[in-house]
Design a protein. Sequence first.
Length: 274
Amino acid sequence: MKAEYTIDEVAPYINWIYFFHAWGGNGMTVHDRQHLRAEAEERLRQHASHYRTYALFRLMDAYSDGDDIVVGDPTSRDQGRIPCLRQQQQGSDYLCLADFITPLHNVTKGSPLSQIGLFAATVDAGMETDFDGDPYEKMMMQLLADRLAEAATERLHQEVRRQYWGYAPDELLSMADLMAERWQGLRPAVGYPSLPDTSLNFVIDQLIGMSQIGIRLTENGAMKPHASVSGLMMAHPKARYFNVGKIGGDQLADYARRRGVPLEIMRKFLGGNL
């Protein structure tokens, strides 16, 4: 399904803490933050009729195969394989996202497979290009675009839990609860600590067609507009966020094999984890 949201519809879902952090606000006073937020909210009001946000979601059957998540019915040709990384460092919980998806051999006859959501969200490209002549406005609008893409994701995820997937139809969470991620499940985004390989955008794109909402991928798997988010939605009640952290050469080689990408290219994508 595709969704289109106005700025007014997603603005309440903005997490302003990340906006201040991106602005460089560790040394900002409370007054400074209040002033900056008021200025940012004025920009949102000014441009509410000019720009929109967009989101895309697909719910699919899934099962785990080792540390891979296989998306799609086993009897269907419409499948994708999402290799995942497992924590390797001593003292970690050795978690992997595939742990929260039922292995195929554990699915009993007549029982349904696990399910997983694939998503992407973005903003009108003009939010990043229409202010090139004013460095201050360009920075302000770029940071707001980033926050609006994340806010659209938050809004979409709420609708997914309550309606489209419907595994939490009676969920009643305040905005503070949403910001604290007190909902059931997990929403790991590509490029983030538990799913650091940005080349997985190519796999997700093949399954949901990001171009439907105006996202294109660079040769490195980066999304354009820059203010875009993609990833997975998982419903397992025990699913939780974690940081893959540093991995060894053994897991790098195994991951490159599972990903079907030459080792040296995979080393580039996972440089921050080596």
